[in-house]
Design a protein around this ligand. Structure first.
Ligand code: FAD
Length: 297
């Protein structure tokens, strides 16, 4: 099922991101998590693509499991890192063979220790080049990344939005955002995108920040601003993980409820391969009816 078809009908889209586990044996545990997430009736589950293309086969295997065994629409992430056009063509063929119809097309981050992203000879420089290649060659529904606080390499939000428009003009159907904690950043981004002529649905990405250790990693990875009171509370609760988790979940519930009040087309939760916190968040939200509840599947 193409993700864009429900979004075009204004059917609310609840979704979750999972990542391929580092250790071989942990795939069964991930499959238990995705089965548990299915109970929340998600529109789709996305599967990340490891840095440097390290999880290529695992991404396809897990996305195929979600799509074909679990019968939940899968969104397979794909990056340009360490890949030529020929490599990408092989992956696209494999996704088609596995019945996967949705791709999140990304450039990817520079490999560890490298400051700048360097494409392979015959590879793609930006995500918009990958989007064009996929759109020209096949019939996938294509999602791309958006950055409410701008991408770390972009000089300013204006420039980043011009580049986001290139991805949409190249054939992207929808946008999922980087995590953020201040909804005003998202609303400003959404308004500016609309003014730039970006009319593709923009789904906010929500990261439940539930322990102090996640903070440094979150800032390093994407530079997101973290509310001082949330950071302080989590620091004070360093030795009380249950209380910290409860506080972080409450923040995510409030953040998501405000986004719902402001008419977002969906909510995409970064699950960190755990179903417990996102289940707690979703159960406390008054979500619009899903496709299943509308009798559409
Ligand atoms: P691009 O859109 O190419 O943008 C990268 C930079 O180049 C930006 O600063 C942009 O402004 C600029 N730019 C873009 N196009 C042009 C152009 N035509 N001319 C000049 N400048 C341009 N990473 C992974 O490795 N695996 C994943 O599974 C993964 N999943 C993600 C999921 C989501 C929802 C998000 C938000 C990010 C994800 N990432 C993932 C991280 C992503 O790969 C990085 O943020 C990466 O640095 C940028 O990828 P992009 O697709 O946004 O790149």
């Amino acid at each position: 099922m193409k993700i864009i078809s429900a979004l075009k009908k204004n059917i609310f889209s609840l979704s979750f991101e999972v990542f391929p586990p580092k250790r071989e044996g942990n795939i069964e545990s991930l499959y238990e998590t995705v089965a548990d997430l299915k109970s929340l009736k998600p529109h789709f589950i996305s599967v990340t693509y490891g840095a440097g293309g390290s999880t290529r086969d695992k991404t396809i295997e897990i996305a195929a499991h979600v799509n074909n065994s679990l019968k939940v629409t899968a969104l397979a992430h794909l990056t340009c890192v360490h890949a030529t056009k020929e490599d990408i063509a092989i992956i696209l063929d494999s996704l088609v063979q596995h019945g996967i119809e949705n791709i999140l097309a990304l450039r990817g981050d520079p490999p560890q220790g490298e400051e700048k992203f360097k494409p392979l000879p015959g590879g793609f420089v930006f995500a918009c080049d990958l989007v064009s290649f996929i759109a020209d060659r096949s019939d996938f529904c294509i999602g791309v990344a958006g950055y409410p606080e701008k991408h770390v390499e972009a000089p300013d939000l204006e420039t980043d939005l011009i580049n986001l428009k290139k991805k949409v003009d190249a054939g992207a159907d929808f946008i999922i955002t980087q995590l953020f904690f201040f909804n005003d950043d998202f609303y400003r981004f959404r308004d500016l995108a609309e003014r730039k002529g970006i009319h593709a649905p923009i789904i906010p990405g929500i990261f439940p920040l539930i322990n102090y250790q996640q903070i440094a990693r979150t800032i390093t990875l994407c530079g997101a601003k973290i509310p001082a009171h949330l950071a302080e509370k989590l620091e004070r609760m360093k030795d009380k993980p249950e209380e910290a988790e409860k506080y972080g979940i409450e923040y995510a519930i409030k953040q998501s409820a405000d986004l719902l009040d402001n008419g977002v087309p969906g909510l995409h939760f970064y699950s960190m391969n755990k179903s417990g916190p996102v289940k707690e968040i979703v159960r406390n939200l008054d979500l619009p009816p899903s496709r299943a509840e509308l009798g559409l599947e």
